[in-house]
Design a protein around this ligand. Structure first.
Ligand code: UDP
Length: 445
């Protein structure tokens, strides 16, 4: 269970329980016993939001049907993270309406919803796969390299699993997405007007409720007190002067690539805050040995390197931060948009190549990084993009800075009373009148 899935599900539950007229409660089903840092997070959530409770599925041998039957009142709706799509059948067998939740771009949801059509046409009807990718409703023309990792190999088990999920999605009661309508107008339009599910089938309703970002503070799994230290360091930096480099829950680089990043940062002359992980995955990091010789000493006035984990939401919301080199995970994108921080896009895994296309070409809130063979990024390339992002007076750097501020305002408006995302929440309530009785179950994978 990645934090990039647990946190958005909690935020969805908080959004629903906070903005509903009637009393409503949410139960989050956890698929596996939480570790210490997740337990810490859970107690912060329950302290802040008494209407949310957590239930560990391992207490019932992961039997969702038995768990749902054990609740004092039958849940009115079952919302699950898309990775947990096999739970759909359990809920359906108890006649509970099912809703998919995607903490992802609407563009990604459009692709998944359209996947059976791509599959059918390219495998069975003789259309070219490459041509099909160029005409997905609501998306700019894609190439095979832009495909999310789990569906990039069409002979893999993960592809099959996603294909099954896509077919199930088409039969669900609805799809909830952490984005907002005017951030991805083409994709949300395609989802809403049914273009991703060709006739005779009909598309399920889609509800864009974002941008939802983590609002629970002080529960980060931060080691070495690095979190507090970096926030006080940011307090002493000029407004919008620091570029933040962070690569999600799992991003890590080879030693060679890390040295290249260090050279780029030093040469750029920009202030920086960089979250570093060990290439081999161990928590203990010897920074002196990993980075270029003398780098930490030479840059100590301008930069800070933090080990393993930063309190990212607090960092991005800090006035000193003016740019973000990101792996393009969707939560990171929503956080950058919420706080108006322009990005440099450096996708690493999962659906991040697709997100890069979306944030660079559609939203225009990020600069793309040129990668060599094998995804290697040269110091000169990173240096140029960082400088362009942070200081260019005209051209692309200026444009992404302006666009992301407009997106930030759009996100705030979407969440305010009468905004797109609040209306989507109202529609979700109206659709089935399914939560007149106060009990709602959400499932997290
Ligand atoms: N995150 C953080 N500190 C870090 C790295 C990540 O707080 O050092 C948080 C980040 O704010 C985001 C989540 O972890 O909310 C990562 O989710 P995202 O979708 O961006 O990427 P994933 O980890 O799923 O690849």
């Amino acid at each position: 269970m990645g934090r990039g899935h647990l946190v958005p599900m909690v935020e969805l539950a908080r959004f629903i329980t906070t903005h509903h007229n009637a009393t409503i409660s949410a139960t989050l089903l956890l698929p596996s016993p939480p570790n210490t840092s997740t337990l810490h997070y859970i107690s912060a959530v329950t302290a802040a939001t008494p209407s949310i409770t957590f239930h560990n599925l391992s207490h019932s041998n992961h039997n969702i049907i038995r768990t749902l039957q054990s609740f004092p009142t039958k849940p009115k709706a079952f919302i699950f993270d898309f990775f947990n799509h096999s739970a759909a059948a359990a809920a359906a067998s108890l006649s509970i309406p099912t809703f998919y939740y995607f903490p992802n771009a609407a563009s990604c949801v459009a692709l998944f919803l359209y996947l059976p059509t791509i599959h059918q046409n390219s495998i069975k009807n003789g259309y070219s796969y490459v041509d099909m990718l160029r005409s997905i409703p609501g998306l700019p023309p894609l190439s095979p390299e832009d495909m999310p990792a789990p569906i990039s190999d069409r002979h893999s088990r993960s592809y099959e699993s996603f294909l099954t999920m896509s077919l199930q999605m088409r039969n669900s009661n609805g799809i909830i997405v952490n984005t907002f309508e005017n951030l991805e107008p083409k994709a949300t339009m395609a989802l809403k007007n049914g273009a991703c599910v060709p006739e005779p089938k009909t598309s399920p309703p889609v509800f864009c409720v974002g941008p939802l970002v983590s609002t629970i503070r002080g529960s980060d799994p931060v080691g070495d007190d690095g979190g507090k230290e970096c926030l006080s360091w940011l307090n002493s930096q000029p407004s919008r002067s620091v570029v933040f480099l962070s690569f999600g829950s799992y991003g890590r680089f080879s030693k060679v690539q890390m040295r290249e990043i260090a050279v780029a940062l030093e040469r750029s002359g920009k202030r920086f805050l960089w979250v570093v992980r060990d290439p081999m995955g161990t928590e203990e990091i010897n920074l002196e040995a990993l980075l270029t010789k003398g780098f930490l000493e030479r840059t100590k006035e301008k930069g800070m390197v933090i080990k393993n984990w930063a309190p990212q939401v607090e960092v991005l919301s800090h006035d000193s931060v003016g740019g973000f080199v990101t792996h393009c995970g969707w939560n990171s994108v929503m956080e950058a948009v919420t706080f108006g921080v322009p990005m440099v896009a450096w996708p690493l895994y999962a659906e991040q190549n697709l997100n890069k296309v979306v944030i660079v070409e559609e939203m225009k809130v990020a600069l793309p990084l040129k990668e060599d063979e094998g995804g290697f990024v040269r110091a000169s390339e990173l240096e140029e993009r960082v400088v362009e992002l942070m200081e260019s007076e005209r051209g692309r750097g200026k444009e992404v800075r302006e666009r992301v501020l407009a997106a930030r305002n759009g996100g705030a408006a979407a969440l305010a009373g009468g905004g797109f995302s609040r209306v989507a929440l109202d529609e979700l309530q109206f659709q089935k009148l399914w939560w007149r009785t106060p009990s709602l179950t959400l499932v997290v994978t």
